[in-house]
Write a protein that binds this ligand. Structure first.
Ligand SMILES: Nc1ncnc2c1ncn2[C@@H]1O[C@H](COP(=O)(O)OP(=O)(O)O)[C@@H](O)[C@H]1O
Ligand SMILES: [Mg+2]
Length: 371
């Protein structure tokens, strides 16, 4: 039996023990609940041995939690209230599981560059709400799937937040890795309940950050394969039928995403979010120094040309570092001290670009061929 098969069998075994443990607990049969939790944990440990590093960690953690729960059950008089893992699994049953995230106060105007993304979102979500009759007249499709990909720190997460803010939609934000690690073995069910919940809203965005860890390429891990299948089914189910649901994904590793998810009708639009170009970097520097004490020897154009290859996040970090010296000095002297050119130069020494030229090449190649 290969690892995939073995994992699949183990997962069924796990499900059996876990369900039995929950049932026993509900019926206040403490000894049985305890034994089944321990068997479930033991099964997870076996599964962990066969798993990829990321899933291994998640499974080990969950096995530990289950063991703790088992040990906390008083065999003679099991608690009435469910232990914490139980609460989690009740959410797995689907009720009130997906809470909308608070809509953050970030606007398109706070974001450097990314004009393509802003335009695509305006076409698919902002205008349809403002001008429904025009969209009807042209039979123009709305909603759908949009995948943002690019190096880390380029503003993908930030723009997802800004979209929610601009559109005034109910915003469901999930991280692929969270779905996987919280609900190992049950994540397919959670994906479908997420879509169900979102579909009930008048206007909703599902934002899945770290898409790659949720729907990796199939054929390596049985859980991943099930998730991918469920995910594709959900996308196909909502495509066309839910004009008011926008599915937004972000990833730093587009090449790890199962290619079937990228076919048309699914993530029909994929947008490369590159490192900031010179105008975008200028915008970022100007934002960072707006209204703060600044010496006249600071030249923004110089900062822009020195920061080629820096991501938006790198620039934010760099400006923050540059402010540290003057800030400390101003505390010491109790007077405002300007940020000088030399503070920036020191920050450039300390903060180096996090994205290598080789990585940028990989993205560019992907953008040319894959997207
Ligand atoms: N295009 C951008 N415009 C404005 N700020 C940005 C931009 N890109 C990155 N940043 C800054 O970097 C931080 C991290 O960006 P984030 O959206 O988390 O990147 P990603 O999700 O692409 O890894 C943001 O909170 C912001 O301060
Ligand atoms: Mg991000």
């Amino acid at each position: 039996m290969d690892d995939g098969m073995q994992l699949s069998v183990l997962n069924d075994t796990f499900g059996m023990y876990y369900a039995a443990a929950q049932k026993a607990l509900r019926e206040k049969r403490g000894a049985q609940a305890r034994r089944n939790y321990l068997l479930a944990a033991e099964t997870l440990l076996k599964m962990a041995k066969l798993s990829s590093p990321q899933l291994k960690k998640a499974r080990l953690e969950r096995a530990k939690r289950l063991t703790e729960i088992a040990e906390g059950i008083d065999a003679a008089a099991p608690r009435f209230s469910a232990p914490s893992e139980e609460k989690e699994s009740e959410r797995e049953e689907g009720e009130a599981q997906w809470k909308a995230a608070a809509v953050p106060n970030v606007h398109f105007s706070d974001i450097a560059g990314l004009e393509d993304v802003k335009r695509a979102v305006t076409m698919r979500m902002i205008h349809p709400v403002k001008y429904p009759e025009k969209y009807a007249a042209y039979k123009k499709k709305t909603g759908g799937g949009l995948l943002l990909y690019g190096p880390p720190g380029t503003g993908k997460t930030m723009i997802a937040r800004a979209i929610a803010c601009e559109v005034g939609a109910v915003f469901y934000a999930v991280k692929g890795s969270d779905i996987v690690s919280k609900w190992v073995g049950e994540s397919e069910r959670n994906i479908s309940s997420l879509f169900e919940t979102a579909k009930q809203q008048k206007l909703a965005i599902i934002f899945i950050d770290e898409m790659d860890s949720l729907i990796g390429s199939r054929g390596e891990d049985v859980h991943n394969d099930r998730r991918v299948n469920e995910f594709l089914q959900q996308i196909d189910g909502f495509a066309g039928s839910c004009p008011n649901l926008l599915l937004l994904g972000a990833t730093n590793r587009p090449w790890d995403i199962d290619s079937a998810a990228l076919r048309s009708g699914r993530f029909s639009q994929r947008i490369y979010v590159p490192l900031p170009d010179a105008p975008a970097r200028k915008f970022l520097f100007e934002k960072a120094i707006e209204g703060v004490p600044l010496a006249s020897d600071v030249n923004v154009e110089e900062l822009v040309s020195r920061s080629e290859g820096y991501s938006g996040a790198d620039i934010a970090e760099l400006c923050d570092r540059a402010k540290e010296g003057p800030l400390l000095e101003s505390i010491r002297t109790d007077a405002l001290v300007d940020i000088r050119r030399e503070d920036f130069l020191r920050a450039f020494e300390e903060v180096k670009p996090t994205v290598s030229a080789a990585e940028v090449k990989m993205f560019e190649r992907y953008a040319e061929n894959g997207a």
